[in-house]
Ligand binder design. Structure first.
Ligand code: ADP
Ligand SMILES: N[C@@H](CCOP(=O)(O)O)C(=O)O
Length: 299
């Protein structure tokens, strides 16, 4: 019997001014174990996963079916056992990970031989923006953009920093958080906002993390409009800065926030921030450098 497993990392999108184009893969995972059997079955093993009634209602099944349909194939039945470390609707890219998992499920089951770019193209069409899906697919810090229906992306070399995330108990759906954003920016505002984003990326590449952190916190594309939706938005930034963080921003569409901190300080800053936000889940995380992983097993 053929069996395979998939693992897809979580992601943090935007990193401040990189709205809809910058994403970073993080070491929390959605994992699927897939075995061929007569009838479809989804078995879920984590309280973080959303409930469903019938396999046809399962989001991952729907993405897999859509992918197979697009390639004029039908999905063979399987048992899919799912586990997850990614909290839902917190700005850590749970939906992007599920989209990548669904596409890869179809890729494996229907032998579609999709390239990374094919998968990214499909995932972006489904998700609406490439930032999270690109990071979850290829790993690392990824910059991606869609122009004329074509996606280009670039993985930034490794960063010499630690990451801390602050996850509140409340959910915030990306759809709701996007509704807070303006439809248009003036040329003056767009010019400054993209200058801030350019400078953030340039300073990350150069290893000037002080300047990168400063630019992260000067976003004009989305943070000013979402601040009111994010618990402790202003004081969390201030407190993290006092403990030595380079910069603290909304992770994705929120409500989680994320800090870039000096290498080696992630653990200490997490503990210090826990005294300030006792009801939050606060953790040092690592950048995932692999993205989607598929392991084949013959049993
Ligand atoms: N593993 C999963 N299985 C099924 N559906 C999922 C999974 N992960 C995410 N989703 C769907 O995506 C929604 C969250 O998406 P979204 O609001 O974009 O937040 P996030 O920031 O976590 O991506 C969930 O409420 C659920 O409908
Ligand atoms: N660029 C998107 C990113 C959404 O990320 P998520 O993890 O909250 O789904 C946005 O800012 O809306």
């Amino acid at each position: 019997m053929n069996m395979f497993s998939l693992s897809v990392p979580a992601s943090s999108a935007n990193i401040g001014p990189g709205f809809d184009s910058v994403g970073m893969a993080l070491n929390r995972y959605l994992t699927l174990q897939v075995t061929r059997q007569e009838k479809w079955e989804f078995a879920q093993h984590s309280h973080l996963l959303p409930s469903f009634t019938d396999y046809e209602d399962h989001f991952i099944y729907q993405i897999a079916k859509q992918t197979a349909n697009w390639h004029q194939k039908s999905l063979p039945a399987c048992k899919v056992s799912i586990d997850s470390e990614i909290p839902l609707a917190r700005g850590l890219g749970s939906s992007a990970s599920a989209v990548i998992a669904g596409i890869e499920l179809a890729n494996q089951l229907c032998t579609l031989s999709l390239s990374s770019l094919d998968k990214l193209q499909l995932a972006t069409e489904i998700e609406g923006h490439p930032d999270n899906v690109a990071a979850s697919l290829v790993g690392g810090l990824v910059i991606s953009v869609e122009t004329d229906n074509v996606i280009d992306y670039c993985q930034v070399p490794d960063l010499d920093i630690d990451i801390v995330v602050y996850i509140p108990a409340v959910e915030l759906k990306t759809e709701k958080s996007r509704k807070a954003l303006p439809a248009y920016f003036s040329r003056k505002d767009a010019t400054i906002a993209s200058g801030i984003s350019n400078l953030m990326i340039a300073s990350l590449l150069k290893g000037d993390y002080e300047l990168a952190g400063k630019m992260m916190e000067h976003d004009l594309f989305h943070e000013p409009y979402r601040a009111d939706l994010i618990p402790h938005y202003h004081d969390l930034k201030q407190e993290a800065k006092q403990f030595g963080a380079y910069g603290t921003v909304i992770s994705g569409a929120g409500p989680t926030m994320i800090s870039f901190v000096p290498k080696g300080k992630g653990g200490t800053i997490s503990k210090q921030m826990k005294t300030f936000l006792p009801h939050y889940q606060i953790e040092p995380l690592d950048i995932d450098h692999n993205g989607l992983r598929v392991e084949q097993e013959i049993i």
